[in-house]
Design a protein around this ligand. Structure first.
Ligand SMILES: Cc1cc2nc3c(=O)[nH]c(=O)nc-3n(C[C@H](O)[C@H](O)[C@H](O)COP(=O)(O)O)c2cc1C
Length: 186
């Protein structure tokens, strides 16, 4: 197979579309983020890369708490809005219905079927972006989206981000940690 080099860039095949909730100057603010993933299993941690210029970054440093909210495809307009408008210019506190959890300072969006409440573990200065690593203190989920104690992907209907577009999750391609058992050396 012919390979071509594309140059150094922060590429990832597909990403989630999340809303980072943070209180900034005492008010909830929500910022869209796709550069996010799991960071650790025990203790449970997640991380998100946040540009230093974001209003959200101020709030996370201020309170040392934040949330990652998973919007459904039905809320794609609000999710994109929070990614094209800064809280420094417009009040985004009413875009979502805010609720608070254990930490009291990490605003979460009630419309999102899953909200991950975090306390700041570490902020790593990578250059343009801070890698914000959060210890998960609670996962708040709509009861209607939970199957066997975990959020169900189809019911949650998360927004996938790839190639500057929003996508729905497609069909499963195989059972993880299982289908590999069918591998045979050729
Ligand atoms: C789909 C999408 C994904 C984004 N992902 C990130 C991200 O991972 N990190 C980041 O710093 N900004 C990201 N942004 C840009 C911010 O959401 C945007 O600059 C926003 O206005 C910042 O809000 P704030 O200033 O209120 O914090 C993304 C925007 C969109 C539309």
């Amino acid at each position: 197979m012919e390979k071509i080099t594309l140059g150094a860039m922060p590429y990832m095949s597909v990403m989630p579309t999340l809303l980072v909730g943070a209180n900034v100057k005492g008010k909830p603010n929500y910022m869209t983020a796709a550069w996010a993933t799991v960071a650790c299993m025990a203790p449970p941690m997640v991380c998100v890369a946040i540009n230093k210029t974001r209003y959200t970054a101020e709030g996370i440093q201020e309170n040392k708490t934040f949330s990652l909210n998973v919007p459904s495809t039905g809320d794609v307009v609000g999710a994109d809005y929070c990614g094209i408008v800064s809280g420094s210019k417009e009040d985004k506190s009413t875009v979502w219905t805010t609720f608070f959890g254990k930490l009291g300072t990490a605003p979460m969006a009630a419309e999102c079927p899953v909200s991950i409440e975090c306390k700041l573990f570490r902020s790593v200065d990578c250059g343009s972006h801070l890698l914000i690593i959060g210890e998960v203190v609670e996962v708040h989920a709509d009861a209607s989206c939970v199957v066997d104690g975990k959020p169900d992907t189809v019911k949650t209907d998360p927004i996938v981000y790839a190639q500057s577009a929003y996508w729905k999750v497609g069909a499963p391609a195989g059972r993880a940690f299982a289908i590999g058992k069918e591998y045979r050396k050729t």
